[in-house]
Design a protein around this ligand. Structure first.
Ligand code: FAD
Ligand code: DHB
Length: 385
């Protein structure tokens, strides 16, 4: 088999890249180890920044997002006894959208622009400097070889592309806490997301729709979800989110999903080795606090698709040659923002840290300059930043 771009991974980075290349007249084939159903059902990101929404809309993927997604003007930042609204539209001229990654994934599948081999195994990358090709076993057990001009590694943090792209620099920070996340069949108790600092640990009230809430609690690394029965989770959320303060109430409901997520920052440079280009989580991981992971994946493939169309249709290598540097500018901005939000909001157990966090939160919630910095970063910088 031959194609122009062999894409490893059918997550949002891989499927969106295939869609953008298709629109640009470039052939692509996607290879994915999981089933289509598994990929579509994975509960992950929930917030799209405005540049991601604009991009999806500009390539025909905005219809359901606009109809069923929810536009939020900003977020609430909470300290004990104080809840402050930051209005991103007033502060930075941009909003964000609540629209689950599961929905983005469904829209990409429905677009039908990607040819995908699901349930592949033994996926291996070869000959990256010259005539690259990928070997794999397809879902029927047949051995396959896919020759390509370029390979796009969109296979997340555990796929083979990241390892194949070394040697390079790796930057990593592991955080001493995790998130316990739940999905619950209950109407959100808030109109916009609440990010709450609390001496007992961070809590976040997010949502997926008018009837589905998504909530997170800071927990120690190594926490077993079995130690957190639903009642304990709702009681802790109520404490940290301030149930009863100024008449605000957290309404509990049936929990339909529960998981623990470790948190780390990771950046691998360069995002290219020979004819292999990395995009999304394959190249970088951010802790979830700034809601940047999916948005970074979208921004990477927006840059990469332009670069590959120029390379493979026009024979112009300039954007491909600058792809890694261009993408990394934004990656580092989002890496800093995610680290900053994470370290500002999570309890470290050190009283000095706690005082610095409270001071920073008071500044961000009372100074227009402070609030604008957060708003610009959260609502998202332009794709070309
Ligand atoms: P992935 O979604 O990981 O896709 C990679 C694909 O490659 C997968 O389908 C995988 O099965 C496949 N693969 C792996 N190995 C192989 C192989 N050997 N061969 C072929 N295919 C392979 N981000 C936000 O922006 N906002 C949020 O609110 C947010 N919340 C999050 C909440 C949670 C609970 C989690 C876990 C993440 C969250 N993120 C958020 C991060 C976001 O989900 C990821 O950054 C995003 O999924 C990255 O997309 P990707 O396509 O690069 O990688
Ligand atoms: C969600 C996840 C995040 O990491 C975040 O900062 C905001 C929302 C969510 O899953 O809804």
């Amino acid at each position: 088999m031959r194609t122009q771009v062999a894409i490893i991974g059918a997550g949002p980075a891989g499927l969106l890249l295939a869609h953008l290349l298709h629109r640009g007249g470039v052939d692509a084939v996607v290879i994915e180890t999981r089933s289509q159903e598994y990929v579509a059902a994975r509960i992950r990101a929930g917030i799209l920044e405005s540049s991601s929404v604009d991009l999806l809309e500009s390539v025909g993927l905005g219809e359901r997002l606009r109809a069923e997604g929810h536009e939020h003007r900003g977020i609430y930042l909470q300290l004990p006894g104080e809840r402050h609204h930051l209005d991103f539209v007033d502060l930075a001229g941009r909003s964000v959208w609540v629209y689950g990654q599961t929905e983005v994934q469904k829209d990409l599948v429905a677009a039908g622009t990607a040819q995908v081999f699901y349930e592949a195994s033994q996926v291996e990358l070869h000959s990256l400097q010259d005539r690259p090709y990928v070997t794999f076993t397809d879902s029927s057990g047949a051995a396959q070889r896919l020759d390509a001009d370029v390979i796009a590694g969109c296979d997340g943090s555990f796929g083979p592309s990241r390892a194949a792209a070394t040697p390079g620099e790796r930057y990593e920070r592991v955080y001493p806490y995790s998130w316990l996340g739940i999905l619950a069949d209950v109407a959100p108790s808030t109109d916009e997301l609440i990010y709450a600092w609390h001496p007992g640990g961070f809590a976040l009230h997010s949502m997926r729709s008018e009837t589905v809430s998504r909530l997170y609690l800071q927990v120690p690394n190594g926490t077993d979800p079995a130690d957190w029965p639903d009642d304990r989770i709702w009681a802790e959320l109520a404490t940290r989110l301030g149930h009863g303060q100024d008449g605000w109430k957290l309404t509990p409901g049936p929990v339909t999903d529960k998981s623990v997520l470790p948190m780390r920052s990771y950046v691998q440079t360069p995002m290219r080795r020979g004819r292999l280009f990395l995009a999304g989580d394959a190249a970088h991981i951010v802790p979830p606090t700034g809601a940047k992971g999916l948005n970074l994946a979208v921004a990477d493939v927006a840059l990469l698709s332009r670069a590959l169309v120029a390379l493979l249709i026009d024979g112009d290598a300039r954007l491909a040659d600058s792809y890694s540097d261009d993408a990394l500018r934004r990656v580092w901005r989002c890496t800093h923002f995610s680290w900053w939000m994470t370290t500002m909001l999570h309890a470290s157990g050190d009283p000095f840290d706690a005082q610095l966090q409270l001071s920073q939160l008071r500044w961000v919630t009372s100074s227009e300059a402070g609030a604008t910095g957060l708003a610009e970063n959260y609502a998202g910088l332009p794709i070309g930043f």
